[in-house]
Design a protein around this ligand. Sequence first.
Ligand code: HEC
Ligand code: HEC
Ligand code: HEC
Ligand code: HEC
Ligand code: HEC
Length: 374
Amino acid sequence: MPTILRYSLVLVFVVGLFLLPFTKTSMSAEPPHNDENNVKCDNCHTFSNAIGPSSTKYSNDNLCYSCHVSPTGTASAKPFTSGAQAVPGVSGTSHKWSGNMPLVDNPNNAYGLRSADNLTFANGSLKKQLVKFGTCSNNVDNTSKIDCVNHGGTWTPMATCSVCHNIHNHLGNTWTPDSSPLGFTTSAVDNVTLNDSTKNWGVNQWAGGYLMFNANFASIYPTNAGLYRQITGNTATSLTVVGFPSAIPSGYPYFISKNRRFLRVTNANSEMCDDCHYYRTSTSGQTNVRTWTGNKLSHPVNVTLTVGATYNTTPLEPSTASWAAQTGTRYYGNGGTDNNSTNNMILDANNKIRCLTCHNVHYTDSDASTTDAP
Ligand code: HEC
Ligand code: HEC
Ligand code: HEC
Ligand code: HEC
Ligand code: HEC
């Protein structure tokens, strides 16, 4: 081995020794993946050798099932079993988490998927995960794409739980209106009160959740950075929380950790769906069903539901509930006598149809007459 290479390797090793403990201790997990729910680092990690996916106790889906299992798991309220994965037209109630991404682009892909290498959303956040989760031909080296390729294998990326979810934090905004997007405080009071005058929350809708100041923003917003406290109640524009060490300043970004789903990136307009299922989006040209090209086309998305010449301008409840008009912000509320909100078709904040207007990700049985639940 040339001397220069030998010294470089020693350097990499020494720097690695300093980096490893630093990275481990600076990483935090946000609620409900935290101590208050008896979820600790070593419930998921071994930390005996490498960090990241290769340091977890089980393979990705098995790791999640270890708590998300009925009836005994810590997260038994949100259980998963491998059989819940959907086979279109046959069975299942959940988006698949063992599906492979195509290796090459083909506009006629049956699921409208493009290749993992060409994902772009949020600086390639999903793409970066697909380099860590997948399988190597002949099981040469399943640790990562680079290790697999270095050992002469071919890497097949798999869209597993931790591709869509980042169980360490809640930075991505969700589609469902029952979670709060990232907000900014509008005035400072004390260490138990947060004010945001732009809100119109339902009284106590956030009680039991947590107010958080994300550690990622610590360099610009240092006060209480990386800390979270339980919310004891709220008015339309303020939260009352268990005391932080310092008063909550004005102009600070905050999160409410309730129903935020640990999304890796924002999915408030089905952006995650669009990144992988690119050939079902308007950008790809595939949804323009009025101009048949010979390629497979799909229902229009990113289109506003306005002029009622050929369709209703308000989504209606299904026939089991007599076609009454849905109500409320983004049509999130029920219409008529229907009490089932899991059959509602919700639009995005700009009144546009998105994937999640018709689809849902988990606990969905595709039957409009039943209420979907875990
Ligand atoms: C509920 C399970 C779970 C808990 C609890 C958990 N982790 Fe993780 N952690 C994971 C998984 C899964 C990954 C890899 C997947 C990913 O990249 O999101 C990961 C990745 C990491 C990484 C690598 C980050 C990266 O960007 O590759 C570090 C470091 C880490 N965890 C440290 C910790 C520490 C420290 C704690 C305790 C404060 C902790 N983890 C708690 C599941 C967990
Ligand atoms: C050590 C236990 C543990 C493991 C392992 C674990 N979870 Fe959880 N998770 C929990 C608990 C506890 C909750 C809260 C459940 C509840 O609402 O009652 C939760 C809730 C969630 C939620 C909902 C959060 C919200 O906003 O309401 C998501 C999403 C989630 N987990 C994803 C995952 C994924 C993905 C994995 C695997 C990478 C995983 N979890 C592994 C304990 C765990
Ligand atoms: C293709 C992406 C994707 C995959 C794969 C995926 N999820 Fe999710 N999951 C989502 C999205 C998006 C949501 C939030 C939907 C919303 O806006 O409410 C979600 C929501 C959840 C929730 C909250 C559900 C609820 O109704 O409270 C849990 C828990 C969860 N996921 C766990 C998992 C686990 C565990 C796995 C793997 C076994 C997994 N997810 C695989 C995208 C995914
Ligand atoms: C990380 C890439 C990725 C993301 C993000 C993603 N999907 Fe998928 N999707 C897949 C893969 C892979 C399959 C399975 C293909 C197969 O079985 O060969 C799939 C399958 C599906 C199916 C067929 C049923 C099933 O689960 O097999 C539907 C419907 C679907 N996705 C909708 C969505 C929606 C809606 C979103 C946004 C919430 C979404 N997908 C986000 C990769 C993704
Ligand atoms: C207007 C409602 C609607 C919208 C919007 C919609 N879908 Fe679908 N999608 C459906 C229905 C209904 C099916 C089932 C068709 C069947 O059973 O043959 C389906 C099936 C699928 C399938 C399974 C494979 C197939 O083609 O049968 C995938 C993948 C899928 N949709 C992805 C998406 C994605 C990604 C988006 C957003 C870009 C989206 N859908 C938007 C209603 C919709």
